[in-house]
Design a protein around this ligand. Sequence first.
Ligand code: SF4
Length: 320
Amino acid sequence: MLNDLQEIERLKKEKNAIILAHNYQTRAIQEIADFTGDSLELCIKVSKIKKADTVVFCGVDFMAETAALLNPHKKILIPDRNAECPMAHMLTAKEIKKAKNAYPDAAVVLYINTTAEAKSEADILCTSANAVEVVKSLPQEKILFGPDQNLAWYVSQQTKKEIIPLPEHGHCYVHKMFNLGDLYFLSEKNLDAEILVHPECDPSVQKFADVVLSTGGMIHHVNQSLHKTFIIATEVDMTTRLERENPDKTFIPALNEAICENMKLYTLEKVKTCLLNEEFIVEPDENIKSGAKRAIKRMMNISKNQNMIELNIKEAMENG
Ligand code: SF4
């Protein structure tokens, strides 16, 4: 009898499927994935998949929805329907419409961590990897930016534009867990460590960092850094990805409790069942498809990082 791993490999061949995983997935899921990346890297990867018929998406709901919008001819499956990002549900299309009426001269820039319905109201999307670049590319001086207030703060520090957070207190519960006191204590114990912080963390934590980066940015940075030890302030399994690719370096999670429970709903058994039964299929609502897709594509077209990321994912494309 085949174990879960062997069965997944067998089903992948039978269904001509590819498995994608976000950087916050567990080691077991990262190891079975054909490609692991941050939101922007996953978007680019999905948009270019040609050979595979089916994509098993090991990330939260908004990521799988984005995948379905970018590659509508593929069957996009998610192994657990409950894998929702709470932050993505903090902003509704209705609130965006209201804000647009209040600020008619502002551009609407939404973080990719939003529902497809909210995306359809955006002028353009962004990820934590390209948020600054996206905002700078726009002619408007006033930007409605949501739903993460900390990423909005980060962008406001890097540009001269007026950034209006939408909603006022949108946040990621995982990145909210980090605090300056813990980080200071850890840095005192590891004086040689470089401190890498995600822009979803509070401003006080960002200010204390040596560098503020998306998870994809952390991977590129670590490859080039002369440091041997790093303190990582983002979801705890980011250190799993970094350790797998840099066995000669040391990664210290800034907080072991910084776990995204929503990302951790996936197990090998669920991935196997998902492939076997071809469920759960992700299909965004027909009415909002074109608006949401336009905002995503617009982001992808202006991203300067795209060439660099494409180089990094070239290898993985063989599987697609
Ligand atoms: S880490 Fe935060 S933003 Fe990312 S999926 Fe989990 S809750 Fe959402």
